[in-house]
Write a protein that binds this ligand. Structure first.
Ligand SMILES: [Zn+2]
Ligand SMILES: [Zn+2]
Length: 277
């Protein structure tokens, strides 16, 4: 088969966490779209009260069972990988049964009050986090976000998830200036914590398909730096519904090429496969 990035979709969610389709519907949509390496990456359980129902249950046995049943069902036609999107606030460690894991930061925890503040939820929550934790300084929030990303990158995930998620609600620089040196320094520092020999950086179209952003994560300056570091990229849809399982891959490939990347990676059960862009 000739290789193309749409053969692989390994950042996907289902109704077992905050997605809209069942795992079976997600896999069927992927297969119909030409995906041959499909991965489920349910959100790891977190103790965050407002997150209940958006993450896998504390015991993920049913999730694992369903993914492995799909693996058997698609045997010989499509590889089904069992993954997890590990949240930085999860009390659980990365399960040893995972074929791969995506390391992501979605929330900041206020050490003084114990409250959690999502950076990707809505403007109200983001503003509350900014005001309660950082005295109204959004760049300070972004700096703290990237410190958490640095710590996640140090754990050497298979894929570093949406590294600049903190920009999700920042269309038109609504909350802060993405060219501000403080912002760029913090983002680059986090990127440098990632090991380019171990971790893939994802070009993630999830916020585009859901109407939050016009371009995939991450920003071009981060991609260029990652390439200079010798790192490889993977295209992902962060799909929360069957119809978005390979959403916007053309745009993601364009962004990768603009950063000078000539290839991306397909994640398979036997490891990385380079794929021309
Ligand atoms: Zn995520
Ligand atoms: Zn995700």
């Amino acid at each position: 088969m000739s290789l193309t990035p749409t053969l692989c979709s390994v950042h996907t969610h289902s109704c077992l966490c905050d997605g809209k389709g069942t795992l079976a519907e997600m896999a069927a949509a992927a297969y119909a779209a030409g995906v041959r390496f499909f991965g489920a990456s349910g959100h790891s359980h977190t103790p965050i009260p407002y997150d209940a129902g958006n993450v896998l249950p504390e015991d993920p046995a049913e999730y694992r069972r369903q993914v492995l049943a799909l693996r058997a069902e698609y045997e010989g036609r499509m590889e089904v990988l069992l993954g997890i999107e590990q949240d930085s606030c999860s009390a659980q460690s990365v399960p040893d049964w995972a074929d791969y894991w995506i390391g992501s930061v979605h929330h900041l925890r206020d050490p003084e009050t114990g409250a959690f503040h999502a950076v990707d939820w809505d403007a109200e929550r983001l503003t509350a986090g900014r005001d309660q934790m950082f005295g109204g300084d959004m760049l300070a929030l972004a700096e703290e976000y990237f410190r958490r990303v640095s710590a996640m990158a140090d754990r050497r995930p298979t894929i570093l998830g949406h590294i600049d998620l903190v920009t999700k609600l920042n269309r038109g620089n609504a909350f802060f200036d993405e060219d501000d040196p403080r912002y760029r320094r913090a983002a680059l520092e986090a990127l440098h914590h990632a090991d380019p020999d171990v971790t893939l950086l994802e070009i993630n179209t999830g916020a585009v398909s859901r109407g939050y952003r016009d371009e995939p994560y991450p920003a071009l300056f981060l991609l260029r730096e990652w390439r200079a570091m010798g790192g490889a990229v993977i295209l992902t849809a962060d799909a929360h519904s069957p119809e978005t399982v390979v959403f916007g891959y053309d745009r993601a490939a364009e962004l990768a090429r603009a950063a000078g990347c000539r290839e991306s990676v397909l994640l398979t059960r036997s490891g990385r496969v380079p794929c021309p862009l």
